[in-house]
Design a protein around this ligand. Sequence first.
Ligand SMILES: NC(=O)c1ccc[n+]([C@@H]2O[C@H](COP(=O)([O-])OP(=O)(O)OC[C@H]3O[C@@H](n4cnc5c(N)ncnc54)[C@H](OP(=O)(O)O)[C@@H]3O)[C@@H](O)[C@H]2O)c1
Length: 214
Amino acid sequence: MRIGILGSGLMGAKLGTLFARVGHDVVFSYARSERKLKRLAREAMGNAKAGTPGDAARDADALLLAVHWSRVDDVLSQAGDLSGKVIVTCSLPMSADDGRLVIAHTSSGAEALAKKVRKARIVSAFGTVPSEVLFDVFAARRKTNRPSLVYCGDDQSAKDVAAKLIRDVGFDPVDAGPLRIARYLEPFALLVGQLAYGTEGGPELAYRFLRFAR
Ligand SMILES: NC(=O)c1ccc[n+]([C@@H]2O[C@H](COP(=O)([O-])OP(=O)(O)OC[C@H]3O[C@@H](n4cnc5c(N)ncnc54)[C@H](OP(=O)(O)O)[C@@H]3O)[C@@H](O)[C@H]2O)c1
């Protein structure tokens, strides 16, 4: 697949690198320095390049939105027409100081995003794990007992794309239902963040749901 990375920071850089490693064509975009984007493309050791958000979006089969909530409007305006595009978002609707969700309970960041780009197909995924664990999960992907990764969205074909990417990184995708379930997914991401950064043990943390046979 051709994957455009909108926001090449902690999450976008790592996920884009892993997408390139499994054979996807990746365009890294949206960082404060073009040198950084070029370095990421070089070091991804796959078919990756640096570009503008417009370049990242142009022929993309999927876009990863990985910017701070305060940058979403800016990156979307630079990306251009996103009609029909699959947008996988890990961006959480955090306040400027990252202390709290600014959208919650009756809506979610993912639903607000869907209202901003009405003709795009939004899937919420990857926001429930810390960036620090991504390479570890990838390295362990051939072992049994993959960690879970919840995702949600309203468009089945977009969700299929997201599930493939989730598998590519080494997780077991868990379909949580329609996009409005992001109202539960996003606060859960903050719980994972608290476990990762607010308790001892470090941020190399993932989760796994177990179902017991009835
Ligand atoms: N980090 C995590 O573990 C984690 C986990 C779950 C969800 N999330 C969510 O994922 C999203 C991305 O998080 P992150 O930690 O990856 O953020 P980040 O490291 O701050 O990355 C954001 C990217 O946006 C770029 N950027 C910021 N302001 C810009 C500007 N004015 N012009 C151009 N580029 C600009 C940054 O550029 P530079 O590269 O130059 O800084 C960076 O590449 C957030 O919504 C966050 O809530 C993060």
